[in-house]
Design a binder for this molecule. Structure first.
Ligand code: PEP
Length: 255
């Protein structure tokens, strides 16, 4: 039977870090502690390593592996440098980040490209971690919710009803990513509740969609965030590069 409430997820986004030897040590430390502590396992854990390491970690089959990006191109062909959803799926990658603000802001991922990536990933059978979030200027102008709802609408426009089970949403206010500033649990919960209400207008399965918070999540703020009704986990950048910090964030969401 499918769960009627969302599953909790903590996902480590390593971005363009660390070098391979260090990555192997970090991955083993996280995987071993997670596997040895049964109480952590009520929370799902996944790692998004840099692209060159994906297949190495995915074939170990210890933790689900997340690609940090995917091509707008499907399948295979003469597309130098591209990595398609189909090839990711073939190498046992299970999830993919789409719409991370660093890709939107630095690499020209506009709505049209993101929708192509979403379609490709869903058709290949990957689970999408779709990132949404407003800038500081947008928040200060009172536009935070409308920006996030528009980004969700762009997702909904290319998602069939049966595909929502393969979608995780990560709310990541851009001003909180890598800055040490976190949205207050109240602000984060308010946005998550608005996201949930909006998803309920799109699909009958809205209450099962995991809503993760991202933006300077660390052991010091994870417990408070985890206590919020509509926060079902975290997308963690900086703190996922330290095994002890990452494990204590998992602990907070495994309660
Ligand atoms: C992220 O990159 O998705 C992120 C939330 O980073 P950090 O935790 O470092 O703010």
């Amino acid at each position: 039977m499918t769960a009627l409430t969302p599953q909790n997820w903590v996902i480590g986004n390593w971005k363009l870090n660390p070098y391979f030897n260090e990555a192997k040590q970090l991955f083993s430390a996280i995987a071993q502690q997670y596997q040895n502590q049964a109480e952590l396992q009520t929370c799902h854990v996944a790692i998004a390593p840099p692209a060159p390491y994906l297949s190495f970690f995915a074939t170990q089959q210890t933790l689900p592996i997340v690609a940090q990006d995917v091509s707008t191109i499907r399948g295979q062909g003469a597309y130098t440098g591209e990595v398609s959803a189909d090839l990711l799926k073939e190498t046992a990658v299970e999830l993919v980040l789409i719409g991370h603000s660093e890709r939107r802001e630095l690499f020209g991922d506009d709505a049209e490209k993101l929708q192509q990536k979403i379609k490709n990933a869903l058709q290949a059978g990957l689970t999408i971690v779709y990132c949404v979030g407003e800038s500081l200027v947008q928040r200060e102008a009172g536009q935070a919710q409308s920006v996030v709802i528009r980004q969700l609408q762009e997702l909904a426009d290319v998602t069939h009803d049966t595909e929502w089970k393969n979608i995780i949403i990560a709310y990541e206010p851009i001003w909180a990513i890598g800055t040490g500033k976190t949205a207050s649990p109240q602000d984060a919960q308010q946005m998550h509740a608005a996201i949930r209400v909006y998803l309920q207008t799109l699909t009958t399965t809205a209450n099962r969609i995991p809503l993760l918070y991202g933006g300077s999540v660390k052991p010091e703020n994870a417990v408070e965030l985890a206590a919020c009704a509509d926060i079902n986990g975290a997308l963690v950048g900086g703190a996922s590069l330290d095994a002890a910090s990452f494990i204590s964030i998992i602990q907070a969401f495994a309660q």
